[in-house]
Design a protein around this ligand. Structure first.
Ligand SMILES: [Zn+2]
Length: 271
């Protein structure tokens, strides 16, 4: 599943190839994604220039002359920039053909991705309207976490993965950030001090930032050329390391299940 760093890596990879390019045509080979692609989308975007490439949570936003394309990669989707004449392979559902005869090609075997065009402000679109803060924004900090965790009995890891609190912090990054801030994943959110939540918000930014940088260093002509998300290249401290020695204190990493998801932690480093 593409996580926030993979989507950001995709954005950074697309940017130099598509910004300020004009969309010559749109080829839709399969419109039945998570939601069907609107029939008029291809006609509406033809001839429009891509003014900017942004991201909100795990949505890529391509700002056009009139409106914004909202693209989600779903569970298995990927975007690549390829020559428009390259023969499509199976699951290549959509091409945005650009004015330099390259195209942005969307491949999505499981078809949980989506593509919408909105002519309104994208943040008012139903998909984006109710999203929580971005973890990499300045507004996500210890003060914010302190405010939203008071009187909350829920375990801190589950709170961190709640997209109504903060978007895009998946299991891997939540586990790693809790390790780096020395917080046990089962700790009740409401019992954590402001200082510890400062450390946690910084650790979240750091693990996501490291993953984005790890992904970014491998970009060439293609976006995600090997299809391998950034976290495979990152040194993990606890995630999927049950029984292995902690990289800091050598204690065996423990595993437990929280909200149907596996959690990993060092019983000595994390309190
Ligand atoms: Zn340890």
């Amino acid at each position: 599943v593409p996580e926030l760093p993979e989507v950001e890596t995709t954005r950074l990879g697309l940017l130099p190839h598509i910004e300020q390019r004009v969309i010559k045509s749109v080829i839709i080979r399969e419109a039945r994604l998570r939601w069907p692609i609107a029939e008029e989308l291809a006609r509406s975007v033809r001839g429009q220039r891509i003014r900017a490439v942004k991201r909100r949570a795990k949505y890529l936003l391509l700002e056009l002359d009139r409106g914004t394309l909202i693209w989600h990669l779903g569970m298995s989707g990927s975007l690549r920039v390829v020559p428009a004449t390259l023969t499509p392979i199976s699951h290549d559902h959509v091409d945005l053909v650009l004015d330099n005869d390259t195209c942005v090609r969307f491949n999505d075997p499981r078809r949980f991705g989506s593509l919408h065009l909105t002519e309104a402000e994208p943040e008012t679109h139903p998909l984006l309207r109710r999203l929580a803060p971005e973890p990499l924004d300045a507004s996500f900090d210890g003060a914010y976490l302190h405010r939203v965790t008071r009187k909350r009995q829920v375990a801190i890891k589950q709170l961190l993965m709640n997209s109504q609190v903060v978007v895009g912090v998946g299991n891997i990054y939540a586990s790693e950030a809790l390790f780096h801030s020395g917080i046990r994943p089962t700790r009740r959110a409401g019992t954590l001090s402001r200082e510890r939540l400062d450390a946690l918000s910084k650790a979240v930014k750091r693990v996501l930032g490291d993953a984005i940088r790890a992904g970014g260093t491998t970009l060439r002509d293609y976006v995600n050329p090997d299809g391998m998300p950034g976290y495979f290249r990152q040194k993990l401290y606890v995630y999927e390391r049950a029984g292995e020695p902690c990289r800091v204190c050598k204690t065996a990493i423990k595993q437990l299940v929280q909200g149907q998801r596996s959690t990993y932690f060092c019983p000595k480093c994390q309190k």
